[in-house]
Design a protein around this ligand. Structure first.
Ligand code: G4P
Ligand code: NA
Ligand code: NA
Length: 188
């Protein structure tokens, strides 16, 4: 994951001690070749888990989840932030957002998750993990099996990933940011 680390170090913009802007590689523009590498890495890490579907949340998780699902040759589901009009049978979780300071509903139509499914969650960044916890609750409510979560960037100075690992859920991150202090991006 040296390419990814280099891109984060050269293009990441420190917004505060807590927030790193990664718009040029993950959150506004994406480089398909880099995203493809990330998807292949997650597919390799979870290839023995019998995963049947990849689940992410709109919007920035989608490209990475797509690359992972393409490699595993399985469908991708992206949770919506509004209730879909097409269905009145859905799982809904209310999640707070640390960066935006708001609460949103994340929604997945129940027709896309069956109890026999084995689901891999993919997302771009984990901070407090609220979005991920919402997706985990949706999977648990559906009765499907959670194979684990693959996250591109773990902000290890926040507790989201740690909290989730403490529930015996496998969380694989590709890069850990340990600090954004002193104007430097500190990677593990
Ligand atoms: P959490 O999901 O881990 O609890 O984090 P939080 O609620 O803070 O996440 C809210 C949004 O902010 C998420 O994107 C998350 O990826 C993003 N985020 C959190 N910390 C950082 C950071 O340091 N840098 C950047 N660039 N993003 C961060 P989202 O709401 O799902 O939006 P979208 O990007 O998918 O549209
Ligand atoms: Na994001
Ligand atoms: Na995301």
């Amino acid at each position: 994951m040296d390419d990814l680390k280099q891109r984060i170090l050269s293009e990441g913009k420190i917004v505060s001690h807590q927030v790193l802007n990664l718009d040029s590689i993950l959150n506004h523009q994406v480089d398909p070749k880099l995203i493809q590498q990330l998807g292949r890495e997650f597919a390799t890490r979870f290839k023995d888990q019998g995963v049947t579907k990849v689940l992410t949340i709109e919007s920035s998780g989608i490209s990475i989840a797509y690359a992972t699902a393409l490699e595993l040759e399985i469908p991708l589901i992206f949770a919506r932030r509004k209730k879909p009009l097409m269905s009145d049978d859905y799982y809904c979780e209310r999640v707070p957002s640390f960066t935006k300071g708001i609460v949103t509903d994340i929604v997945v139509s129940s027709e896309f998750i069956q109890s026999e499914d084995r689901i891999l969650i993919i997302d771009d960044i984990i901070a407090n993990g609220d979005a991920l916890k919402g997706l985990i609750n949706i999977i648990q409510n559906s009765g499907a099996h959670l194979a684990g979560a693959g996250i591109v960037v773990e902000k290890a100075f926040q507790t989201g990933a740690k909290d989730i690992r403490e529930q015996d859920i496998r969380v694989e991150s590709l890069v850990k940011i340990i600090s954004l202090e002193n104007g430097e991006i500190g990677l593990e």
